[in-house]
Every structure is written in structure tokens, then in C-alpha cells.
Design a binder for this molecule. Structure first.
Ligand SMILES: Cc1ncc(C[n+]2csc(CCOP(=O)(O)OP(=O)(O)O)c2C)c(N)n1
Length: 341
């Protein structure tokens, strides 16, 4: 990440710490640790041959969606990409149902039909695998909010920087701007689209600021390694989106700790770069701030981490013991009608 290129939205960390308070900050840490542990165990299960298909880890980006939910709440509509495990957990999906979905079991979130890329929760419209394909869905959710006059809601759309060069993204921004739709588009720029560096795929930089300018809409650039910067930015964005019902474009500058997916050996990053990334790990940064503030001790951190690990391991056990979907239910829960019906 070339931080000097970006003008991050200003925030006052001391003020945010005082506002959120120790109990809330520890809960935020717990959520980020649950996401990290879930991803680590999910990948381990994949390695054991228990999980098939694709697996895209959110490790390294936890601060972003955790901050969004903390700042804006869970009542809105949310849409995201295949990198969807964190958002589902944050929106109330249980680790058991999510792990069972990874294992393709009948107790899974989507009855074992969707797998890793298709997690759903109460307000989560997916978990969708086509790059850019979910952006019109999020825009449609914003349209429904406006049509139904639900003035306290917005639609959040998380996407990777790779999707910003898709037509669906620009058609969505155009319509959302024309029709004043309350949609907050969040580009999580983790620097890579599979093995292609962002600057080789997208011709503008900073992406969010540039595209927002073309559509004449408000934009934010946030530091995805810093929970507090994300928290303040999301809160401010929600305030404006609710006030004027206009779309907003946020670019969160981030890093992913793992390869694009589990099958990516990540040969395009050097060992030194990876070492640097691990040193900047947002979870560790957040933990260190809480320790400095006297809110947390190293011992308490280890204990909290252990508890979340145990939850993820128990979820593996649950998934392991759950039945596979019975062949007879194969046609249940799918939209395509059988010929002749
Ligand atoms: C329309 C379409 N084209 C290609 C792919 C294959 N593909 C899957 S992920 C990906 C890269 C996307 O990168 P980005 O949008 O930056 O998101 P990230 O994976 O970094 O979170 C590609 C090309 C796809 N799923 N959909």
C-alpha cells in the first residue's frame, strides 16, 4: 500500500476510544478474532479435503466490515462478493451453520447448496461469485429502500477494486446517481485482483476519489488497516447517505494476508512483502492499541483468541457430524422449475 497517495478521512482516535468504551472495543476485538479463527479453521478443513470448491479468506481485512457494522448497525441491506465469510458472521450467521455450509452439509446456511462463496444472513443478500455482478443487486436494494420510503436504511455494497472496471459497476453508479438511491458502495482495494496488481487493471488512482468525481458523488478514502479510521468514515458516510439519499463511494485501502483463494500460492509477492504485511496486521494493531490504553492485557488477549479458536473448532465438529443433504431434496430451494411444471 502506498499510503502517501491517499488522503484518508480524518479521525480522532482518542475521541473514538473514549466514545466506544472498553466493553465495546473488547467486543470488536472478539468479533475480529472470531473471523480470523473461522478463516484459519475453514482453510484447515479445506486442506483436510473436507471442503470443496473455492475458498477466499478475509484474513487481513477484518477491520473494514467489523467497523462498518459497529458504526452503522445491522438493519440495512448488505451485498458482497465471494469473500463473504466475515460479513455473514457479523450479520448473525452462526459459525456452526457457516462451517456446515463449507462442508456442503444439510445444516449449512444454504443447506449445503452454496458453499464458501454463497453465504447468506438476515440482511445479507449474498455472497455472490460473479465479479461486479452483485453491484446491480445492491443498487436494486437501494431502489427498494427508496420506493418503500424506508428512510432509516441504506444498501451497502462491498466489492473489490477489480470490479470497478466492470460495466455493471458503472451502470449502477449512473442509475444510483440519477435516481438518488441510498447506496454506499465500498471498494475494498486489497491491491490485487487474483494475481494482477491493481495499478495494472484500473487506470485511475485513487480509484474511489476518481470515479466518485465522474459521477459527482461524495467519496471517502479509508485506511483498512485501521479500525478507528474505518469506523469514523463509515459513520460519517451513513449520516450523509441518510440525510440526502444520495449514493456514496468509499475506497478502503487494504491488504489481504492470504492468496486470492486457497489455491493461489501467491508467487507474485516476495517473502519480504509478506513479512511487512504481517507486521501491519490490523488485528494486531488493534490489539496493541487496546493494550496501550490499559483496556487489554496480553494474557486476556490470548484467552479471547483461544475462546474464538474453540468456537471455530466446535463448528468443524458440528459440520463433520452433520448429514449430507438427502438426494430427495436436490430440487428444493432452487428457482429453476422442472420441465413441464
Ligand atoms: C465476471 C467475472 N470475471 C472473472 C471472474 C474470475 N475472478 C474471480 S475473483 C477475480 C478477481 C477479483 O478481484 P477484486 O475485485 O479486486 O476482488 P478481491 O478478490 O481482491 O477481493 C476474478 C477475475 C469472475 N468471478 N467473474
Amino acid at each position: 500500500m502506498q499510503e502517501e497517495l491517499y488522503h484518508f478521512f480524518p479521525n480522532d482516535r482518542a475521541k473514538e476510544i473514549a466514545f466506544l468504551g472498553a466493553t465495546c472495543l473488547l467486543e470488536v476485538l472478539r468479533k475480529m478474532l472470531l473471523i480470523r479463527n473461522f478463516e484459519q479453521r475453514g482453510e484447515a478443513a479445506y486442506g483436510q479435503g473436507k471442503v470443496g470448491g473455492f475458498y477466499h479468506s478475509y484474513a487481513g481485512q477484518e477491520a473494514i466490515q467489523t467497523a462498518c457494522i459497529e458504526a452503522c448497525g445491522v438493519r440495512h441491506w448488505f451485498t458482497t462478493t465471494y469473500r463473504c465469510h466475515a460479513l455473514a458472521l457479523l450479520l448473525g450467521a452462526t459459525p456452526n451453520a457457516m462451517m456446515a455450509e463449507l462442508y456442503g452439509k444439510s445444516t449449512g446456511l444454504a443447506m449445503g447448496r452454496g458453499g464458501s462463496m454463497h453465504m447468506y444472513a438476515d440482511r445479507l443478500l449474498g455472497g455472490l461469485a460473479i465479479v461486479g455482478g452483485h453491484v446491480p443487486i445492491a443498487t436494486g436494494a437501494a431502489f427498494s429502500i427508496k420506493y418503500l420510503k424506508q428512510k432509516e436504511l441504506v444498501s451497502f455494497c462491498f466489492l473489490g477494486e477489480g470490479a470497478t472496471v466492470q460495466g455493471a459497476f458503472h451502470e449502477s453508479l449512473n442509475l444510483a446517481t440519477l435516481w438518488n438511491l441510498p447506496c454506499i458502495y465500498v471498494i475494498e482495494n486489497n491491491q490485487w485482483g487474483m494475481g494482477t496488481a491493481a495499478q495494472r487493471a484500473v487506470c485511475v488512482k485513487p480509484i474511489g476519489e476518481h470515479f466518485a468525481k465522474s459521477y459527482g458523488i461524495r467519496s471517502y478514502t479509508l485506511n483498512g488497516l485501521d479500525f478507528f479510521n474505518c469506523y469514523t468514515g463509515f459513520k460519517d458516510a451513513l449520516h450523509h447517505c441518510l440525510a440526502d439519499s444520495k449514493p456514496i463511494l468509499i475506497e478502503v485501502v487494504a491488504e489481504r494476508l492470504r492468496g486470492h483463494s486457497i489455491s493461489d500460492p501467491g508467487l507474485y509477492r516476495s517473502k519480504e512483502e509478506l513479512k511487512e504485511l504481517i507486521e501491519k496486521d490490523p488485528l494486531v494493531q488493534f490489539k496493541n492499541i487496546l493494550i496501550q490504553q490499559g483496556i487489554l492485557t496480553e494474557g486476556a488477549y490470548q484467552e479471547l483468541d483461544k475462546q474464538q479458536r474453540e468456537i471455530a473448532i466446535a463448528a468443524m465438529q458440528f459440520a463433520e457430524e452433520s448429514p449430507l443433504p438427502a438426494p430427495i431434496v436436490l430440487e428444493e430451494g432452487v428457482f429453476a422449475p422442472r420441465e413441464g411444471l
